[in-house]
Design a protein around this ligand. Structure first.
Ligand SMILES: C[S@@+](CC[C@H](N)C(=O)[O-])C[C@H]1O[C@@H](n2cnc3c(N)ncnc32)[C@H](O)[C@@H]1O
Length: 404
């Protein structure tokens, strides 16, 4: 179903609710609506009648007093109103919806509930009309499955979140490995999931590609044929104010190599003395485990981390070797530590059980950084190679995941 048809369909539901009928009189049976909530007391009837969700994202979103919350596809506003109560007068809750009728219904419901810390925005979840890094928590209830560009939607959620921000949504997902696609589509249609759900694996990949870490996908209701309602949670990595940790892009090439060369010039980072060409650098490293710290004012790369496979043998599929470099002008701000923590979380999301590397013993800062992130020294490879004509020792370090 095309985006315009989806908006027409939900506009019709909104008009139902505005005339006193349940919005979902003709809606799919997988929609739990207001029945999915433990605590809907003191909500206007209009908000309950218009509830078209498949779970209760507010219950699992860990909202705090003062948080700024964004609800993607806010419909009649039920989750906006519940969040508004949780974040209190110092917080703010945005509802975003593409249907002007839903927005009118939601504004009426907010006025009836007497809440003043809400704002309803017209727009699409694929192009969120808010500036970057202004939101603490993104929630959504049964909407991302309706998007015709889910990669763009998740990238936009990542963009608007502040570092350390949380993503917690209720959505429809399909189990990995479902082979009967016809039955899956019939079930999706029956429950009103008209644009098609992501599989669990696809959801993880899109969240990871967008830059999220700490991804969990927990099924809640089984709709049959491998299709479930689920709670999907993830986080945007934390870092010092003024910076952002995000996936490395090809457009970062020159700055990544510049930071690399500055590290090599210290003489304590690697046996290498000259940063390679981008193609050589990039082809030797895993595409999904490379991140940068960028200055948010200029988007300039000030640190990076990337990993390579240690072996093509399947037995080593979860073993990687990493490098991390911080621009020498940007030390002492905890950027390396935040980047390494984000990398560890991302590697665990990707099923990595061992991260290994080599460190010169003279590089005490790198050793301390890694030990703080759970790495241990396995031993010393004495006089293992020559650097500028001098034989050097290398400490072998590794971090074993306790989660994988
Ligand atoms: C299944 S209803 C859920 C509404 C609300 N979250 C709830 O739980 O009651 C889907 C809502 O998302 C809106 N919507 C669908 N696709 C959208 C898109 N691409 N961008 C913005 N809103 C969208 C619809 O207009 C509708 O209000």
């Amino acid at each position: 179903m095309a985006h315009e048809e989806i908006v027409d369909r939900y506009s019709r539901f909104a008009r139902n609710a505005m005339t006193g009928r349940p919005a979902h009189a003709s809606f799919g049976e997988g929609c739990a609506g207001a029945a999915g909530y433990d605590d809907d007391t003191a909500l206007p009837d209009g908000a309950l009648r218009a509830s078209l969700g498949c779970g209760d994202p507010v219950a699992v979103a860990d909202l705090h007093e003062g948080d700024v919350v964004l609800d993607l596809g806010s419909g009649g506003g039920i989750d906006v109103l519940l969040s508004a109560r949780r974040v209190g007068p110092t917080g703010r809750v945005y509802g975003l919806d593409a249907s002007p009728d839903m927005l009118k219904l939601a504004r009426d419901n907010a006025a009836q509930a007497g809440v003043t810390n809400t704002e309803f925005l017209h727009g699409t979840i694929e192009r969120i009309p808010l500036p970057g890094r202004t939101v603490d928590v993104v929630i959504s209830n049964c909407v991302i499955n309706l998007s015709d560009d889910k990669a763009a939607t998740l990238a936009e959620a990542f963009r608007v979140l502040r570092p350390g921000g949380r993503f917690g949504v209720s959505d429809v997902v399909t189990e990995d490995g479902v082979t009967d696609q016809d039955r899956r589509r019939r079930t999706e249609t029956r429950i009103g999931c008209t644009a098609g759900s992501l599989t669990v694996g696809e959801y993880r990949t899109l969240l990871t590609n967008a830059g999220f870490t700490g991804v969990t996908i927990t099924p809640t209701t089984d709709h049959g044929d491998g299709v479930h309602s689920a709670i999907v949670k993830a986080g945007k990595p934390s870092v010092a104010p003024g910076f952002e940790i995000r996936p490395m892009r090809d457009a970062d090439a020159a700055q990544v190599l510049e930071v690399y060369q500055l590290g090599l010039d210290t003489g304590h980072a690697s046996f290498e003395t000259t940063a390679p060409a981008w193609e050589t650098f990039s082809s030797a490293r895993l595409g999904h485990l490379r991140y940068v710290v960028a200055d948010t004012r200029t988007d300039r790369v000030v640190a990076w981390v990337a990993a390579s496979r240690v072996s093509a043998r399947p037995v080593y599929a979860g073993v990687v070797e990493h490098s991390i470099y911080v621009h020498p002008d940007y030390g002492s701000r905890g950027l390396g530590r935040a980047l390494l923590n984000a990398f560890v979380a991302a590697s665990e999301d990707a099923g990595v059980w061992t991260i290994q590397s080599g460190v010169f013993p003279e590089n005490t800062a790198s050793l301390a950084l890694h030990q703080a992130a759970g790495f241990r020294v396995l031993g010393t490879r004495e006089r293992i190679g020559r650097h500028h004509g001098v034989w050097r020792d290398v400490l072998m370090i590794e971090r074993r995941s306790t989660a994988i």
